[in-house]
Design a protein around this ligand. Structure first.
Ligand code: G3I
Length: 384
């Protein structure tokens, strides 16, 4: 709907003097932006896109992606098991399709992810007999993977999640085959290989629960070591798999500020909002009473009550209020999926629940949370 504004007094007086009608004329003004991408200004507002959406199998999600977002992260199809399933075999069919989809929509693409301990085939770490490969072999495999994948998309991917989730909850380097076989420098080398393959791409370290103090300290220490040795890192991605009560505004704000102080960008890379009870919070359910325990863990199967919708919307507004305090530093906010129907949060940490983590409902309708985000984007700097 077109919004209108009453004409300023001077215009009214001029109209009356000119013998015009007594009612003030209505001066049309441009309507407030109705889409996230229009409202976002210089902020990249991104979304994770799955394979069916890019392939034309989910036209509802595709239309929402096209309309509302200016950046796309492939939810799965850039991962090692998709693009490099067997030794020497690269398969970019699904990834190319997703990049073409984004380019048709005038959207930038974020490369997710180069080095991770999940969705990486077992063969990567093993020799023909199943024994762990040597450090040199694994470094060779990592370099070949990064240079082939980044090289394939050179100039078409704005930035890469180079290393994902390499720090554990205590702030130590996570025990993965990457660490045990290569040692800590697998991280530095991954960034160097990516930079060699596309010197213009932004390069991020990406992780979840960054807002918790021990993990944050561990990542800060890691990033300082990388920067001190000249590793080309552009930013630290905060995934943002959030809850109604976590992280606090203060935790979010101080985490962004801590990385910004190092001169890094701090994109929010995988934002969603889990509204369901955590599995360790089975209050009221008898142990052993599986049906009751299940019901307690999955309380909104029939729909989210309006009071909860509003609480969820306020929370989205509050989080965006923090992000928007850091223009250019929080250079992008990417939401981890399109509709509640296809979110990974319906299956994690408990399979088969009915969760409400995104901005569009199961039918693709914008939720109150969407309105809250749109309002926050329209009024950057305003208190949440
Ligand atoms: O494609 C197969 C399908 O053929 C099969 O029928 C189905 C049966 O379960 O599985 C499908 O694969 C699933 C895939 O998502 C595509 O939907 C995998 O089982 C499932 O494990 C995989 O989950 C992905 C998860 O990463 C894997 O770790 C989620 O979609 C994806 O949202 C999630 O994203 C991660 C980020 O990459 C990193 N940060 C955490 C985030 C959430 O876990």
């Amino acid at each position: 709907m077109r919004s209108v504004r009453r004409a300023p007094a001077g215009v009214v007086v001029a109209a009356l003097l000119a013998g015009g009608c007594a009612r003030p004329p209505v001066v049309p003004v441009s309507p407030a932006p109705a889409t996230l991408r229009e409202a976002a200004g210089p902020l990249l507002i991104g979304v994770a896109v799955n394979a069916p959406t890019a392939a034309g199998g989910d036209t509802l999600s595709a239309a929402l992606v096209r309309r509302h977002f200016n950046a796309v992260t492939p939810e799965n199809v850039f991962k090692w098991e998709w693009v490099h399933p067997r030794p020497g075999v690269f398969d970019f069919a699904a990834a190319d399709q997703l990049v073409a989809f984004a380019e048709r929509n005038g959207q930038v693409v974020i490369g997710h992810v180069l080095v991770w301990h999940q969705q990486t085939p077992r063969w990567v770490f093993q020799d023909a007999s199943g024994a762990p490969v040597s450090r040199d072999t694994l470094l060779d495999r990592m370099r070949e993977h990064i240079q082939t994948v980044v090289g394939h998309f050179r100039g078409r991917v704005l930035g890469w999640d180079v290393v994902n989730e390499a720090v554990d909850d205590e702030g130590n380097l996570r025990r993965t085959p990457w660490l045990s076989i290569i040692g800590e420098d697998f991280i530095a080398r991954a960034f160097v290989y990516a930079h060699q393959a596309d010197p213009n791409a932004e390069l991020y370290y990406n992780d979840y629960s960054v807002e918790n103090a021990p993990k944050r300290q561990g990542i800060l220490a890691l990033v300082r070591r990388l920067m001190a040795s000249g590793v080309p890192i552009t930013g630290v991605g905060i995934q943002g798999h959030d809850h109604l009560d976590w992280p606090t505004v203060a935790q979010e704000d101080s985490t962004i500020a801590a990385f910004a102080a190092l001169g890094l960008k701090v994109p929010i890379t995988e934002l969603d909002l889990d509204v369901l009870p955590r599995p360790d919070e089975r209050t009221g359910a008898e142990l052993g009473d599986t049906a009751r325990a299940r019901a307690a863990l999955d309380p909104y199967r029939a729909g989210l009550p309006d009071s909860m919708q509003q609480a969820v919307a306020r929370r989205w507004g509050e989080l965006f209020g923090v992000f928007l305090r850091y223009p250019w530093i929080v250079s992008r906010v990417t939401i981890w999926g399109v509709t509640d129907r296809t979110s990974w949060k319906n299956d994690f940490p408990v399979r088969g629940r009915t969760n409400y983590p995104l901005l569009f409902d199961r039918s693709g309708r914008p939720k109150p949370a969407f309105d809250a985000v749109l309002r926050a984007l329209q009024r950057p700097g305003a208190a949440p």
